[in-house]
Design a protein around this ligand. Structure first.
Ligand code: SF4
Ligand code: SF4
Ligand code: SF4
Length: 273
């Protein structure tokens, strides 16, 4: 990876910090985006130095910051239920801004980088023993759409029925939701021998992520002239992406989390981002 990547990433996050601060006048967003940007830039720097642990370390740094500091200590529901809640309330704060940048608009530029470098659910799932799927991929992707619809209807119902103490309910939803996500994610990972099974079948956020990441500017492409078709890259991919096909319509193309395992596995230097 180009050593310039960390500098470019830091610059992007400084720009985001300035734009969001200008829009909200909230200084929290300055240090929030500087922290996340610096963590990701450091990670890119370590990856450029071929440090294999870099991604896990930075995922833990960013993921636990959002989970513990913003979510639990700051009482901000950063799950999808929180996104709908703050959006319906007209509150343009952390959860809404986070979803707009990391999960709705941002993926047009950096695909599902959030899933590869910052998600607090996957920061735990990626520590489990099955980095690549040991089984055939299941046809269970519909589960994410059901969960997405259920969450939307549940939060809408809270407003329609004028339920009180919504802030408190949202806080408890954040805690309970995360416990359920971790439990389901860990059970699925062991059951299917696949750390990322939760991401592939259950996570409702992928409904947003898959749409915008289809158009992502940042994506893995193959140089067919250099490729010797050894398939090492395919075997190293945790998300079953057919990175040997440069088309946007490649198999599981919107599943790519930009982890770069495929790029590192290619001894022919045929893959690049
Ligand atoms: S798919 Fe969901 S759980 Fe998995 S990394 Fe992305 S946001 Fe996190
Ligand atoms: S690892 Fe490299 S050479 Fe082997 S199939 Fe993949 S792109 Fe081609
Ligand atoms: S191994 Fe390559 S294709 Fe698969 S998710 Fe990681 S970066 Fe994307």
């Amino acid at each position: 990876m180009d050593i310039k990547a960390p500098i470019i990433m830091e610059t992007i996050f400084i720009a985001i910090a300035v734009i969001v601060y200008t829009l909200t006048s909230n200084t929290f967003f300055i240090y929030n985006f500087l922290y996340i940007g610096t963590a990701i830039s450091l990670e890119l720097f370590l990856m450029a130095k071929n440090k294999s642990y870099a991604r896990n370390i930075i995922m833990l740094a960013v993921g636990s910051y959002i989970l513990i500091y913003v979510g639990i200590m700051g009482h901000e529901n950063m799950l999808m239920s929180g996104f709908w809640y703050y959006l319906f309330s007209g509150v343009f704060e952390a959860a809404v801004i986070h979803y707009l940048i990391a999960k709705i608009a941002g993926p047009f530029l950096f695909g599902r980088g959030w899933c590869g470098y910052a998600c607090w659910t996957a920061m735990i799932l990626d520590l489990l023993p099955y980095n690549t799927s040991q089984n055939e991929r299941k046809n269970w992707g519909y589960v994410r759409y059901i969960l997405f619809a259920l969450i939307f209807c549940f939060v809408a119902g809270l407003f329609i029925f004028k339920v009180s103490d919504l802030d408190l309910i949202m806080f408890y939803l954040f805690i309970i939701g995360n416990i359920i996500y971790y439990a389901v994610g860990i059970v699925l990972a062991f059951k299917l021998k696949d750390n990322r099974a939760f991401c592939k079948y259950v996570c409702p956020i992928t409904v947003f992520l898959k749409i915008s990441s289809y158009f992502s500017i940042l994506r893995v492409t193959v140089d067919k002239q250099k490729c010797i078709e050894c398939n090492k890259c395919i075997k190293s991919c945790p998300m079953d992406v057919d990175m040997m096909n440069n088309s946007k319509k490649r198999v599981n193309g919107t599943e790519c989390i930009l982890c770069l395992e495929c790029v590192h596995s290619c001894k022919q230097d045929a893959l690049k981002v």
